[in-house]
Design a protein around this ligand. Structure first.
Ligand SMILES: NC(=O)c1ccc[n+]([C@@H]2O[C@H](COP(=O)([O-])OP(=O)(O)OC[C@H]3O[C@@H](n4cnc5c(N)ncnc54)[C@H](O)[C@@H]3O)[C@@H](O)[C@H]2O)c1
Length: 301
């Protein structure tokens, strides 16, 4: 099929290449012209605006949005709601908050445009050849139009139509919450090893754990790769950025009274990692000094 792809960054370009490997045609658009040129070099047709991209698509028009979640996705979908029409299909493959997807669905539904919220997993490598997709959308029949695309670009058994609109992004949110907890547990384990009296080789440990152990998996394989490049990870800072999904998962747990202690603490550790020092620490230190005369460290030391 021929589809438009908006956002040709780390994920979008890989998805475009993956789809083109399976004889799908891509009309690519990105705010950054260099990325459009890259997609054209890879075999896509380039577009210099959303209007241009839409004009280059046959009806029913199928458009995949792969831009950062939040404002860029909001504004892209708002513009597309005026450029697409009844029977056209819009897929949001980014990590949008599911409540935003509910809102996007209402905007598009009013115009007769079928919206699919598609949680995308598997990273750049997956996007390039064997992605993982969780897809929600009210019109199950319209999903059949795009199913052949997923048959081609997903890992075998690696996509799921999850039901009504926003259920795909909801599932991806929880998936990422789980990812927070798994990564935190792996990281804590390696830190305990680092602090021990034993002399472990991190790469070798990750390798042996990747071969037949209960905790084997892609994250452990990635740990092995990273330790191979930088055995003590001395070249990078331990700041763990967060883009929302962990926070949203914990919020859902709070709202529905579901305890999510592992994901919540993993999220707190990410926030903590962004601080060089904490006011909490200063307050506790000052209080300990106040009641027990315990020593306080000087700021900056
Ligand atoms: N990187 C990952 O592993 C991963 C995995 C799953 C999902 N995602 C999601 O996929 C989406 C894209 O992620 P990425 O890693 O490719 O990001 P990226 O920053 O590499 O690429 C985003 C691209 O979108 C373009 N862009 C931004 N605003 C635009 C607009 N208004 N119109 C047209 N183009 C615009 C940028 O120029 C950039 O090329 C995000 O929602 C992200 O959360 C990323």
């Amino acid at each position: 099929m021929k589809l438009g792809l908006i956002g040709l960054g780390k994920m979008g370009l890989s998805l475009a290449e993956n789809a083109m490997d399976h004889n799908h045609e891509i009309v690519g658009y990105d705010l950054n012209k260099d990325f459009v040129d890259k997609a054209v070099a890879a075999g896509a047709e380039g577009a210099d605006s959303l209007e241009d991209m839409v004009a280059k698509l046959p009806s029913p028009k199928i458009v995949w949005v792969m831009v950062p979640a939040g404002k860029p996705t909001d504004s892209t979908i708002e513009s597309l709601s005026t450029l697409l029409g009844k029977g056209d299909i819009l897929i949001d493959g980014g990590n949008s908050y599911y409540k935003d997807s509910l809102r996007h669905n209402e905007i598009l539904k009013a115009k007769g445009i079928d919206f699919f919220d598609c949680g995308t997993s598997g990273g750049m490598e997956g996007a390039r050849s064997h992605g993982n997709f969780m897809i929600g959308g009210d019109n199950k029949e319209a999903f059949e139009t795009i199913r052949p695309l997923y048959d081609d670009i997903a890992e075998k058994d690696g996509y799921l139509y999850t039901g009504r609109a926003a259920s795909g992004h909801y599932l991806k949110m929880v998936h990422n919450g789980i990812e927070y907890g798994e990564m935190q547990a792996i990281a804590e384990g390696f830190e305990v090893l680092e602090a021990s009296d034993f002399d472990y080789d991190n790469e070798a440990v990750a390798k042996v754990w990747s071969h037949g152990s209960v905790i084997r998996g892609w994250l452990m394989e990635l740990a092995e790769e990273q330790f191979a490049k930088d055995p003590e990870l001395e070249k990078i800072a331990g700041r763990m950025h967060a883009s929302g999904e962990g926070q949203w998962t914990v919020q859902e747990g709070l709202d529905s009274h579901v305890p999510t202690p592992v994901i919540a603490l993993a999220l707190m550790m990410r926030y903590r990692s962004m601080q060089d020092d904490t006011f909490t620490g200063k307050v506790v230190s000052a209080l300990r000094n106040g009641f027990g005369g315990h020593a306080m460290d000087k700021a900056g030391k």
